[in-house]
Ligand binder design. Structure first.
Ligand code: UDX
Length: 441
């Protein structure tokens, strides 16, 4: 059992802290947000993540997990301090490291003994060296370890306990061994590297996954034009074990707190060493186009969208999360409102978060049928089970003109053909069955 402090109770910090407590460590989670810390100490979680509330409550009760705004209390007995604060993108795409350096200064000020400082936040290559310099300026002896996080929202606890690898980047063998021991109960493969390589593994992994998505989205557009089916193409490709079936799902583009930010940041990091990352710039451009592709199709189909009713189905950037950061729903909504439509937006859990980023003209509902009632077109943005399971007869019966733009390929073409709907999806033939005959092209 180790005494651990975690700075930052956002997504990464909270999941990390709760999982460490679960495997037996004493964990103190520190944040400057008093309301958040008060809520967390009562077991109230500020975002939706399956299983996390139970884990937090259980470990609060058994006194292994603590929440505090008091740095002295958090650090005085800590053997290891994790930094898990946000590194949001700046205007130019580079990472804003303000919170990272504030955390480092805080450690320098309040830690009373030599510690190992572990960075979980995604930080540009070279940042851990600067963290070490800042803390040692105060006379403390500190070892820094880069230990990037690969957890996916919606599956974060499972990913922590059953991840593919744990990366420990350190220049000090003793510190690296302590961090390996802390994680040993997760039974996940551990890789040791130097600090810079660990920092780079995180960026390169996310950039590669984003590349897979933009690649398959480009292939899907070509499939649409040629009359091929992207689902079959992706499956046929993915069975080659060198390619793999995962992350080849064509859709409305990637969103979330990591891929958009980390891809832009890596372009900047490369630029700083005078390398123009052409491939990754293309990946980003493809994604920007993909997010508005269906709206542009609708504009071409209807000519003028002024006064039409639009149903948006799903607002979060993917299912099982209420996170709307960089979701296609944001750019699509803004684009559609410019065209003069009325929007009713449905999501099973993300409405509260969406209200803070979407314009006030949007009408929100937790009732999917209400969203579709008298709509002229529906856009499927997130493949929530609630949306995938919705019978096509609901579109047929509730919409004024059942024109569906499915950004997640939730329905099979065979199923769609049985209904009086017009259906456009990603990388597959459209079905136009609004009148008596079925037209597929
Ligand atoms: C991602 C990485 O997977 C994780 O390892 C990293 O640490 C943080 O970023 P997350 O943002 O939670 O995790 O979401 P993920 O499940 O990876 O999906 C990201 C986006 O890509 C979503 O918008 C998703 O819909 C999209 N996506 C994913 C596709 O469009 N097609 C795919 O095949 C896979």
């Amino acid at each position: 059992m180790r005494k651990i402090a975690v700075i930052g109770t956002g997504y990464v910090g909270l999941v990390t802290g709760a999982c460490f407590a679960e495997i037996g460590h004493q964990v103190k989670c520190l944040d400057i947000d008093e309301k958040k810390i008060y809520d967390l100490s009562k077991g109230i979680i500020p975002f939706y993540e399956p299983g996390l509330e139970d884990l937090v409550k259980e470990n609060l009760e058994n006194n292994r997990l603590f929440f505090t705004t008091n740095s002295s209390f958090a650090f005085h007995d800590a053997e290891v301090i994790y930094i898990a604060v946000g590194t949001p993108a700046k205007e130019d795409g580079s990472s804003n490291l303000e919170y990272i350096f504030r955390a480092a200064n805080n450690i320098a000020k309040y830690a009373t003994k030599n510690v190992i400082v572990v960075t979980k936040s995604t930080v540009p290559v070279g940042t851990n060296e600067r963290i070490k310099e800042l803390i040692t300026m105060n006379g403390l002896k500190v070892e820094v370890v880069s230990n990037p996080e690969f957890l996916r929202e919606g599956q974060a606890i499972n990913d922590t306990f059953r991840g593919d690898r744990i990366i420990i980047g350190s220049d000090n063998d003793t510190a690296a061994t302590v961090i390996e021991e802390i994680n040993q109960h997760f039974h996940v493969k551990v890789i040791h590297t130097d600090i810079k390589s660990a920092e780079m593994i995180k960026y390169a992994s996310n950039a590669f996954l984003a590349t897979k998505i933009s690649f398959i989205n480009e292939i899907s557009t070509i499939c649409e034009k040629l009359g091929a089916n992207i689902e079959d193409v992706a499956y046929g490709m993915g069975l080659d074990s060198r390619i793999g079936t995962q992350f080849l799902k064509a859709g409305i583009g990637y969103g979330g707190s990591c891929f958009p930010k980390d891809t832009k940041s890596l372009v900047q990091i490369a630029g700083n060493v005078k390398h123009k990352f052409d491939l990754l710039e293309a990946v980003i451009n493809v994604n920007n186009k993909q997010q508005v592709k269906l709206v542009e199709q609708a504009m071409a189909r209807f000519g003028n969208l002024q006064g039409l009713n639009v149903a948006l189905l799903g607002l979060s950037f993917k299912p099982n999360t209420d996170d709307v950061r960089e979701s296609a729903s944001i750019v699509m909504t803004n684009r559609l409102l410019e065209e003069g439509v009325s929007i009713t937006a449905y999501d099973p859990v993300a409405i509260e978060k969406a209200k803070s980023v979407l314009p006030s003209e949007v009408h929100f509902t937790k009732d999917i049928v209400e969203a579709l009632y008298l709509a002229d077109m529906a856009f499927i943005i997130t493949d929530w089970d609630e949306i995938k399971r919705l019978p096509l007869s609901v579109y047929e019966n509730m919409m004024r003109t059942p024109v569906i733009y499915d950004g997640r390929n939730c329905y099979s073409i065979e199923a769609v053909k049985q209904h009086r709907v017009e259906y456009h999806s990603i990388g597959r033939k459209s079905v136009k069955n609004l009148k008596n005959e079925v037209v597929i092209h």
